[in-house]
Design a protein around this ligand. Sequence first.
Ligand SMILES: *Cc1c(COP(=O)(O)O)cnc(C)c1O
Length: 223
Amino acid sequence: MNSGKPISKLEIIKQHIAAQEIEAGRKKGSVKLIAVSKTKPMDQIKSILDEGQIHFGENKVQEALLKWQEIKSENKDVELHLLGRLQTNKVKKVFGLFDYIHSLDRNSLAEKISDEVQKKGFCPKIFIQVNTGLEQQKSGIEPEKLPEFLSEIRKNMGLNIVGLMCIPPFNEAPEKHFKFLKNLADKNGLPELSMGMSSDYLTAINFGATFVRVGTAIFGLRE
Ligand SMILES: *Cc1c(COP(=O)(O)O)cnc(C)c1O
């Protein structure tokens, strides 16, 4: 087994995920790893790409355009995820670059995306971000508003809603937030769960995460 080559951080994380799937009684391959490459330069990203990584996450539209437009046209397998807050005036730029949006959290944004769907004839896969900690400074819809928001969207907007996303409060244990989000997704018939970051992705897998978003543990600390 040992070829003498040092094992990469990415490989270690993939092994941890595979082991946790078994530990948690999850299906093999049911958890996808998003390598969160925000603020990181393309040379670092390319070495991860060369290791066969498919899913990448960025949190700013402008930065992603600069970094990914070209490389994505050369690497058709790459799936790009928008993790950060999306301003309505940037929606146009998202189409054709991002395959997933993790941060839908308000009507005005849903309507803007819907307009673009009509024009372009396709829709990225979308997660609704839920503010499970009811934090004032944080994006995300309040949990109690989710059913109505979803029913509006499902009526006539043509959006491809695949699941829910959360970022638990920084200073709290994440378990109850993950559990809550899983319940909310089940109740609302949504199959995908975007939850878990470098510090808690293994915990998130125990609670049903289907996408974990890992930056620091792969790329090192950000400036
Ligand atoms: C930056 C970011 C991550 C990755 O965080 P790490 O702690 O570096 O793994 C995950 N999700 C979102 C929404 C982020 O903005």
